[in-house]
Design a protein around this ligand. Structure first.
Ligand SMILES: C=CC1=C(C)c2cc3[nH]c(cc4nc(cc5[nH]c(cc1n2)c(C)c5CCC(=O)O)C(CCC(=O)O)=C4C)c(C)c3C=C
Ligand SMILES: [Fe+2]
Length: 529
C-alpha cells in the first residue's frame, strides 16, 4: 500500500487517538489512498500524539504538501502512525454516485440519553425589503473582516460603515428592486435547513438544524439563543459556503468565537466546525448533475463553454492574509470538471471572479472582462455556473442573469445558459447530512487528529482552533470598498480612491473628536454630549 505517512514518527508521544474514515468521505484527489484496483473502507488510523499545531498553519506548508497529506518529513519530522486497513477489491465498491443512505450514524456516534444534537448553518443573510438594504449594508461594512481598518482607526468602523452604506444603498437597492424587492436568501436557507433536518432523520440522526445569518435576520445571535434554550449539547457548525474565505465563513466564525467566549453555557458546549466542503464527492457530483442537465439544453452541447463565475475577494485577502479561497476555488472547479468529463462531456471551461466593488484589485480574471474576451474568441454558447454560493441571491439573479447575460449577447455570444444554485438538490443535501454525521465524532474532540479534515486547506476544528489556523495575525487590509472614485486609468482610480479614503478618514476623525460636521448635521453620527 502506497501510504508514505505510515513511516513518519513523532517524538512527543502521549495520547492515542483512533480514527475511522469511511471510504466515501475521502476526497477524489487523495491519490495516496484511492488506488485504481482497491478501495479502503474503514481505514483505521491511530495517532500516537496530538499533532504539532504548527502543522495546521498553512503558510509554511506548500499546498502540494497539504495534498500529499502527512507525507512530508519537513512538516512532521517524526510522527508514527499505526494503520490498519481493511482492503477490499473494486468489486466491493459501491456505485460512484452513492446512495444518500449509505452513510448512517454508527451506533457509537448516536446521541446518548440526554444528548441533543444541533447543526448550525451559517450564511450571509440578505435584505428582505428595500428598506432593509441600508441597514443590511451597514452590518456588512461594520464587519472588520470586510473592512479592516488600521488599529488606530478601529473606533471609526461604525461611523464609516454608516457612511459607506448610505452611499451604496441606492445602487444596491436598484439591484434588489430588479429581483423582486429583496433577497431570497432567508427563504432558501430555511428550506435547506428543513431538507437537511429530514435527511439527517433519514440517516438515523435526530438533530435540530438552525440558521444563523451574519448580516441579516435570523442573526447568528438569534440562532444561538435558540440553541441554548433548546438545551443542545453537541453542535456541528456548518457554514453554507463550499469554499472558505476570511470574508465569509471566517467572518461568521469570528463572530461565533466572540459569542462563545462570553457565554458560560456555550464555552462548555461540545462543538466542531466544518469549515469548507468543496471537495466532497456528493457536492461535486451534485454540481456535475446540474451542469450536465443544462449542457444538454443547448442545441450543440459539445460546443458549450462552461463558465464558472465565483464571487471575488480583494487580492490582498489571499496574498497578505493567507485566505485559502482562491486555491480552494481553483481546486473545486477542477474537481467538478473531472466529474463532468467522467460523464462524457468534454467542454472547455473557464473560471472568473465577479462582484468586485471599489478601487482595490480583486481576484482575476474578472467575469465581465472574460465574457468580452470569450466573445472575441468566437465562443457562441456559454453556460454560466455560479460556484461560490449554494442559494440564488442578488449576484446570480441580477448580476449574472441580467448584467452578464446582456454583456455576453453584446459580446457575440449567441446562446446563453445558467446553472441554477444547488438549493435543495437531493444529492447535495444528502452530502451535507453525511458531512454532519462524519463530523460528529469530532464534536468536542481534538479535531486536529482528523486526517481527512487536514486534506482541506482549512482543517476541521473547533471555532477557536480553526481561527488560529489562518489569518492569525489579522493583518490590516486595504478597504475593498470605494468611498470615492474618479479618474481615467485603473491606477489613477486606485490612488484617487486611497487619497479619498485618507481624506474621509481625516474628516471622520475631526468629526468624531470635535462633534461637528456634515455627518452630525445629517444625523449619521450621534451628537457628543
Ligand atoms: C462566497 C461568497 C462571497 C464572498 C467571498 C463575498 C465577499 C465580499 N462581498 C463584499 C461586498 C458585498 N457583498 C454583497 C452581497 C453578497 N455577497 C455574497 C457572497 C460573498 N461575498 C452574497 C451571497 C451576497 C448577496 C446576499 C443577498 O442579499 O442576496 C453586497 C450587497 C449587494 C451589493 O451591494 O452588491 C456587498 C456590498 C465584499 C466587500 C467582499 C469581500 C471583501
Ligand atoms: Fe459579497
Amino acid at each position: 500500500m502506497d501510504f508514505d505517512a505510515a513511516s513518519a514518527t513523532h517524538r512527543a508521544c502521549s495520547t492515542s487517538i483512533s480514527l475511522t474514515l469511511h471510504w466515501s468521505s475521502l476526497p477524489q484527489n487523495t491519490n495516496n489512498l484511492r488506488q485504481p484496483h482497491a478501495e479502503y473502507r474503514d481505514v483505521k488510523l491511530s495517532l500516537p500524539t496530538r499533532l504539532p499545531s504548527s502543522f495546521l498553519k498553512r503558510s509554511p506548508v506548500p499546498r502540494q504538501k497539504m495534498h500529499s497529506r502527512i507525507s512530508s518529513s519537513d512538516v512532521l519530522p517524526q510522527v508514527s502512525l499505526d494503520i490498519s486497513v481493511d482492503e477490499r477489491t473494486a468489486g466491493d465498491r459501491p456505485e460512484k454516485a452513492q446512495s444518500p443512505l449509505l452513510t448512517n450514524v454508527a451506533s457509537s456516534n448516536k446521541p446518548k440519553d440526554g444528548e441533543r444534537v444541533g447543526v448550525l448553518l451559517l450564511n450571509l443573510g440578505g435584505p428582505e425589503s428595500l428598506e432593509d438594504v441600508q441597514p443590511f449594508l451597514f452590518n456588512l461594512f461594520a464587519d472588520p473582516d470586510i473592512i479592516r481598518l488600521p488599529r488606530l482607526f478601529r473606533f471609526l468602523q461604525r461611523p464609516l460603515a454608516q457612511f459607506i452604506s448610505t452611499l451604496r444603498a441606492p445602487k444596491s437597492a436598484e439591484g434588489y428592486a430588479a429581483i423582486g424587492g429583496g433577497s431570497p436568501l432567508r427563504q432558501m436557507t430555511a428550506e435547506q435547513a428543513d431538507a437537511l433536518s429530514l435527511a439527517l432523520k433519514g440517516k438515523n440522526l435526530p438533530a435540530k438544524v438552525y440558521v444563523g445569518m451574519r448580516y441579516w435576520h435570523p442573526f447568528t445571535e438569534e440562532a444561538i439563543s435558540q440553541i441554548k434554550s433548546d438545551g443542545i449539547t453537541r453542535l456541528v457548525v456548518l457554514p453554507l459556503y463550499p469554499q472558505f474565505s476570511i470574508s465569509t465563513s471566517g467572518s461568521s466564525l469570528r463572530l461565533l468565537e466572540n459569542i462563545f467566549r462570553e457565554d458560560e453555557y456555550l464555552v462548555n458546549m461540545q462543538h466542531t466546525v466544518i469549515p469548507s466542503w468543496y471537495q466532497r464527492e456528493g457536492y461535486v457530483q451534485a454540481m456535475a448533475n446540474l451542469i450536465e442537465k443544462e449542457v444538454y439544453k443547448f442545441e450543440k452541447p459539445e460546443e458549450v463553454h462552461i463558465f464558472f463565475s465565483a464571487h471575488g475577494v480583494p487580492v490582498t485577502y489571499v496574498e497578505d492574509a493567507g485566505d485559502p479561497y482562491k486555491a480552494e476555488m481553483e481546486e473545486c472547479v477542477e474537481l467538478i470538471m473531472n466529474a463532468v468529463k467522467d460523464r462524457g462531456i468534454n467542454c472547455q471551461h473557464t473560471l472568473a471572479y465577479q462582484s468586485r466593488v471599489g478601487p482595490v484589485e480583486w481576484l482575476k480574471p474578472y467575469t465581465d472582462v472574460t465574457i468580452r474576451e470569450l466573445g472575441k474568441c468566437g465562443i457562441k454558447n456559454l453556460l454560466a455556473v455560479p460556484v461560490s454560493f449554494v442559494s440564488e441571491h442578488i449576484e446570480t439573479l441580477e448580476e449574472i442573469d441580467m448584467e452578464y447575460r446582456q454583456l455576453a449577447l453584446e459580446s457575440g455570444i449567441k446562446n446563453w445558459g445558467r446553472v441554477p444554485a444547488l438549493g435543495c438538490e437531493p444529492t447535495f443535501i444528502a452530502d451535507l447530512a453525511d458531512a454532519v454525521i462524519e463530523a460528529l465524532p469530532y464534536v468536542g474532540a481534538m479535531a486536529v487528529s482528523n486526517l481527512e479534515a487536514r486534506q482541506s486547506l482549512v482543517p476541521l476544528g473547533s471555532v477557536e482552533e480553526l481561527l488560529a489556523t489562518y489569518d492569525a495575525l489579522r493583518r490590516e487590509l486595504p478597504a475593498p470598498v470605494s468611498l470615492w472614485e474618479w479618474g481615467w486609468t485603473k491606477s489613477a482610480e486606485t490612488w484617487n480612491g486611497r487619497a479619498a479614503m485618507l481624506a474621509v478618514l481625516l474628516l471622520l476623525v475631526l468629526e468624531v473628536t470635535t462633534g461637528q460636521g456634515v455627518l452630525h448635521q445629517w444625523g449619521i453620527l450621534p451628537p457628543i454630549n
